[in-house]
Design a protein. Structure first.
Length: 245
């Protein structure tokens, strides 16, 4: 999952990075096949080159290694809303069939307290203004749901035309990368379709882990296994993070 998420950044110049899996993938991409990738974090750091995986957007490593640190209002008003960022890379707690995201609250059923999540952060603005968006999360029926408990961040809304209707620039989510495979929106319906599985994963496994009747491409590809170089770089990043903590 992390390696394929990193590969999805090939050809990108600027990336607005979320903490967690997106940050791992973005830093792996910079350490391997996209060395000039400009990593931008919500705290205002531009061109960060962390030597380990950051613990949060406020990790001092991001500021210490950045080309510049700007105020958060400038980051959002000038850089993000100005359309200057190629890719927004986000995680999610829940995703629906149109790549809408919930990171706010999970319902536990009637009479039970809700599970509160970290919330939106900058994700709604990132998804609205970057030229394209990548999502990464682990694949299960708890995460891939027929109906979100709360819509935190709009992907493709309820289908084609919704993004334009709400004045959102860019293509929105173009891929959802999981530990089972890769889903991409259908050009006609905007509904997520399984296009690739990882080695050893079957289509049936992916469908069983999805909370709706997942559409499957006519020809489902298989992602290439991680190379020794990719694995070495990924392990080095994680080892540096463990030693720092």
């Amino acid at each position: 999952m992390e390696v394929n998420a990193a590969r999805a950044l090939a050809g990108s110049r600027t990336c607005f990075v979320g903490i967690g899996l997106p940050s791992t993938a973005a830093n792996l991409a910079r350490a391997t096949h996209v060395p000039d990738l400009v990593l931008i974090y919500e705290s205002g750091t531009i061109g960060s080159r962390p030597t380990r995986l950051p613990l949060s957007i406020g990790d001092g490593e991001l500021a210490d290694t950045a080309d510049a640190v700007v105020a958060v209002p400038e980051m959002f008003n000038y850089w993000l809303q100005g359309g200057r960022i190629d890719v927004g890379f986000l995680g999610a707690a829940q995703v629906d069939r149109f790549a809408n995201v919930n990171t706010t609250v999970i319902s536990r059923g009637e009479g039970r307290p809700e599970a509160r999540l970290p919330g939106a952060g900058g994700a709604p603005e990132i998804a609205a203004n970057c030229r394209k968006v990548l999502l990464v999360l682990r694949h299960s029926q708890r995460g891939f749901v027929d109906s979100l408990d709360f819509v935190t961040t709009m992907g493709h809304g309820s289908g084609p035309g919704d993004r334009a209707r709400y004045g959102m620039r860019g293509a929105g989510p173009v891929a959802v990368i999981t530990d089972l495979g890769v889903l991409r929106p259908d050009p006609g319906t905007a509904e997520l379709v399984l296009t690739e599985t990882h080695p050893g994963v079957t289509v049936e496994q992916v469908r069983a882990a999805t909370g709706w009747d997942l559409r499957v491409a006519d020809e489902v590809g298989c992602t290439a296994p991680p190379t020794p170089q990719e694995l070495a770089a990924l392990r080095a990043l994680k080892a540096a993070g463990r030693s720092a903590s």
